[in-house]
Design a protein around this ligand. Structure first.
Ligand SMILES: Nc1nc2c(c(=O)[nH]1)N=C([C@H](O)[C@H](O)COP(=O)(O)OP(=O)(O)OP(=O)(O)O)CN2
Ligand code: ZN
Length: 125
């Protein structure tokens, strides 16, 4: 199995609902997101998928959240914008876009969100 990972960054505000502590108050993070693809077959040129294509897929997803209050954006008006739920959001959004491009040859394996250098959450299938 081959894996390819790209990283991106965005800066956004959020607050946690149903949470008692400082994170129930609006605050911001310089988020890092990692998206990892997996597949068994390489293209004839030896690439699983060009990093550039994956970055192009990730970019609109990042841009939607960048410099926004995440709680004001769908689906986070009702889905709590925890690192876990953000990781699942990136997984789903990139996987849908990727399947259009690769017709199932490559899939998203995992998505990781860093809220800080010491706090991260991963969603994988
Ligand atoms: N499992 C989760 N726990 C927490 C989340 C989360 O998304 N998933 N989010 C928060 C807060 O939003 C915030 O990110 C606080 O994180 P924390 O690591 O506590 O950040 P600090 O900078 O305050 O870290 P310190 O080590 O305490 O300085 C909380 N929990
Ligand atoms: Zn936070």
């Amino acid at each position: 199995m081959y894996e390819v990972t790209v990283e991106s960054h965005f800066s956004s505000g959020h607050y946690l609902r149903d949470y008692h502590g400082k994170c129930e108050n609006p605050h911001g993070h310089n988020y890092r997101v990692l998206v990892t693809l997996a597949g068994e077959e390489l293209e004839p040129n030896g690439l699983l998928l060009d990093f550039k294509i994956l970055k192009d897929i990730l970019k609109p997803v990042v841009n939607y959240l960048d410099h926004q209050m995440i709680n004001d954006l769908e689906p986070f008006t009702t889905v709590n914008p925890s690192a876990e739920n953000l990781a699942k959001y990136f997984f789903d959004e990139t996987n849908t876009r990727l399947s259009d491009v690769t017709k199932g040859r490559v899939r998203v394996k995992s998505s990781t969100i860093f809220e800080t250098n010491t706090s991260q959450a991963t969603y994988s299938e």
